[in-house]
Ligand binder design. Sequence first.
Ligand code: GLA
Length: 735
Amino acid sequence: MLKKLSGLSGIAIIAILSLQTNAFAQNIVIPVETQHNALVLQTNKSNNLNIVYVGPTLTDKKEYEEVAAQYRQTDEYTGVSNAAYATTGSRSLFEPALTVTHADGNNSLDLQYVRHEAKKIDDNVSLLTVDLKDPIYNFEVRLFYKTYFKEDVTEQWSEIKHAEKGSVVLQKFASAGLYLKADNFWLRQYHGDWAKEMQPEESKLTHGIKTLDSKLGTRADLFQPPVFMVSLNKPATEDEGTVLYGSLEWSGNFRIDLELDNQDNLRVIAGINNHASPYTLQPGEVFTTPAFLSVLSFHGKGEASRKLQSWARNYKLLDGKGSRLTLLNNWEATYFDFNETKLKALLKDTKALGVDLFLLDDGWFANKYPRNNDGAGLGDWQENKAKLPNGIASLVSEAQANDVKFGIWVEPEMVNPKSELYEKHPDWVVKQPNRQEYYFRNQLVLDLSNPQVQEFVYNTVDNLFTKNPRLAYIKWDCNAVIYNAYSSHLKNQSHFYIQYVQGLYSVLQKLRKKYPTVPMMLCSGGGGRVDYAALQYFTEFWPSDNTDPLERIFMQWEYSYFYPAVSSSNHVTDWGKQPIKYRTDVAMMGKLGFDIVVSKLDAKDLQFCQEAIKTYNNIKPIIWQGNQYRLQDPAGNAVAAVLYLNEEKTSGVIFNYLVNNRYAAGSERPIRLKGLDPQKRYQLKELNLYPGTISSINSNKTYTGEFLMTVGYNPDVKAGRASVVLALNVIMENS
Ligand code: GLA
């Protein structure tokens, strides 16, 4: 079917397009390069845009054109199996990025190259756009490739629009595709549940499609987060091998398809999950997909993660280069059982402990249905008069009197059926009109696709700040998944999952406009919602409700591949059997907080914590902004070790833990350091000693960087010295 375009007949359009095709008959090559990586796009004979190379940058750019000819794989039948943005219904035989039903009911789409434009945004960031168009239908896609040169990170997304005579339904609308060639591919993926986040699994990809996805709606990552790694040729180790990290910047349902095809090449297609979400696009409307980010390293997982962490701090995470507040949280110390007197005592404890802020958790609100347990009150964000007769304001003043800051917990997207909010606005709640309600933690989700609900959620947080201008921190929780997805506001229910997330972002954008820097923790009953779209609005996230330090060593290790330490809220709690020193040392590996009953600590434990906080304040710039080197994996070793090293390679901190309690388990062999200057001499000194203990590390000795990286050091970890923190410092030449 031919469509009219700008007054030209369909025949004329074909002529123009074929002219363009002829003009580009020699094939257009578009290298998308960062410092070390290249993704090379090339048009084929039929003017489709393909990916012809993903690998190290080549010096002679002309040679990118020679890559394809060096492969003698099985027949390529379609000419588009390596499409930059695969479609359905024309020649493609594989998993699509984009599937549409046109206004006339036809399901075919063919995208041809029209033009491209490369812009330099600054010295480090560039943006390439490539326009594609269907030769028959008035349907267009613009592909975006945003590259971060130094960090080797690429973000890809698309804009989809049309000028057909009616609406078009987008059946699948992924953000981007990649096409990789290697002998074989190894996927490292993650799964989990409450208190069991970031459990890794690594396997060789076999032919067919492996899909990583979520259909949970709100805390979308509860069972599976959108982060993954693909090693090429063989599983990458920390320091060797080619590995690609990927993730989708989207806080709702996602879908990542990894398809090993008949040619043994890997197609990666990532985007919003189209599950239950065909999107009806009106003529002239632009649908923008979220960014898919990727980073490629040829020197193992360690380098890839350092690149990603530094990209996150420089460009994504809110205030990534800024400071963070240490805190005392009352959740595990009191749960719902507190009142003003108790909290005022905790404010004194906050000061005595030496942290920056007191964080009041769940339970401070609701009157008709008081929030005394998790079965009632969510949605009624007025101070509970019995617990807080003088309101939050008096706690904020009391905090100030104690010279500490004050922060507060909210879960503004949620509602308990037992609440005044539910009684007043049943139509604001996500639930099926004709079905029985079904609850997750006794609660339901508010319909953020509804602008009135967006306003309510915005006001919930805004009111807290307007009434308490000195409020210094928000913990934003989100505990329920979406069951019975239905919005009484939306005409098209298929838009619900997408518009929910868009509604959430518009609230967060509005809040950030008014409160650009106030620190906020992204929490979802643990790490159920961590992704790089959300982290643009949050300064930190809560990896898991599981704060058992032994578990956290493993979890934080896996999170650290994708997220920088400055974003990881780690609290010392009473989970686990380890002594306070072990718990504190583990929590110090990110953004330190406490959630313990300070008044019940014995004198030595309290003294230890107070000194540890002072030590932390000295070393936190290295932990937050330094380069992280994973030295010894907790999986498969008795001792785990991680180094944080400043950019100048002059100061570092090494955390070492016993993670195996078998007889005589300990650091039998030295642990080799990484990233040091081989020529410089370094001194190792133990930090965080428990009062009354003496270090077995001789801090008078110095070692060359070469020695520490070749032979290593022994932290003397063993039962009784299960947790050892070492400061590493360069010895000045003439000292
Ligand atoms: C979630 C959070 C916890 C705590 C509770 C309060 O589970 O992860 O840290 O805030 O909610 O109900």
